[in-house]
Design a protein around this ligand. Structure first.
Ligand code: KIV
Length: 279
């Protein structure tokens, strides 16, 4: 059964934690969908993990549509949420509705996600009025990396914590169907989760949220270098891939691959005749 906004809301009401993972292509989306993940996010994190940029800012609408369409084809049951990239919704409400519509029409997404609180409420209202579900995103919102002066935990002072609670209430009132809470203290995420009737999905926001989301390359051990505190590496798929590729290289060089079982046979008669002709 396809998960919808109602499924996520029911999960909050019944206390069934929502599981969300990022995916950016058909094969990965199909695996995650078959595992039973509730929602798949085509995050603009694809700028870093798929395209090798330093941050999410260069990601375009074309990048998002291309990857969203691939994921949508692989996600039979999971609720598909596509990120609105930097500058696709900030400039005007009209841009926001047009671009959200493209992610639904051309990308096949079930909802869009955008970053920000009070300042994007007009955009949220207009997109929701166009019958497109919106997931909001508060806290350490990566598109504001320059304004924050780096990837820093948000909401630690009383003033900033108050603003987070206020923004959460405002985006709910504007019609958001869920909110991602990223990089904020767990106790603040708990307060927001209790205050809202829409689900909260945390990343680096503790276990009091209604659900969790992680970038799959982080949680499957595909990324190298610094691992953020909030990431748990549930598998070491990177090590597995490195081993497989090394084995392929050495077996190909030694001639051990391809073996008999990987090779197509042909009748001797055909070969004998062909050899005569080729002599
Ligand atoms: O872009 C992304 O992957 C995200 C998640 C980290 C929530 O926004």
């Amino acid at each position: 059964m396809k998960n919808t906004v109602s499924t996520l809301l029911e999960q909050k009401q019944s206390g069934d934690k929502i599981t969300m993972l990022t995916a950016y292509d058909y094969t990965t989306a199909k695996i995650f969908d078959e595992c039973g993940v509730n929602a798949i996010l085509i995050g603009d994190s694809l700028g870093m993990v798929m395209l090798g940029y330093e941050n999410t800012l260069p990601v375009t609408m074309e990048d998002m549509i291309h990857h969203t369409a691939a994921v949508s084809r692989g996600a039979e049951n999971a609720f598909v949420v596509a990120d609105m990239p930097f500058m696709s919704y900030q400039v005007s409400v009209q841009d926001a509705v047009v671009n959200a519509g493209r992610l639904i029409k051309a990308g096949g997404a079930n909802a869009v996600k955008l970053e920000g609180g009070a300042e994007v409420c007009e955009q949220i209202k207009a997109i929701v009025n166009a019958s497109i579900p919106v997931v909001a995103h508060l806290g350490l919102t990566p598109q504001s990396v320059n304004a924050f002066g780096g990837f820093k935990v948000q909401g630690k002072s009383l003033g900033k914590a108050r603003k987070l609670v206020d923004d959460a209430l405002k985006i709910q009132e504007a019609g958001a169907c869920a909110v991602v809470l990223e990089g904020i203290p767990a106790k603040i995420a708990d307060i927001i989760t209790k205050k809202l009737f829409i689900p909260t999905i945390g990343i680096g926001a503790g276990n009091g949220c209604d659900g969790q989301v992680l970038v799959y390359q982080d949680m499957l051990g595909l990324t190298t270098g610094h691992t953020p505190k909030f990431v748990k590496r549930f598998a070491e798929a990177g090590a597995l891939m490195r081993q497989g590729v090394s084995d392929y290289i050495s077996e190909t060089k030694s001639g051990a691959f391809p073996a008999q079982e990987h090779t197509y046979a042909v009748d001797d008669e055909v070969i004998n005749e062909l050899m005569k002709e080729c002599d």
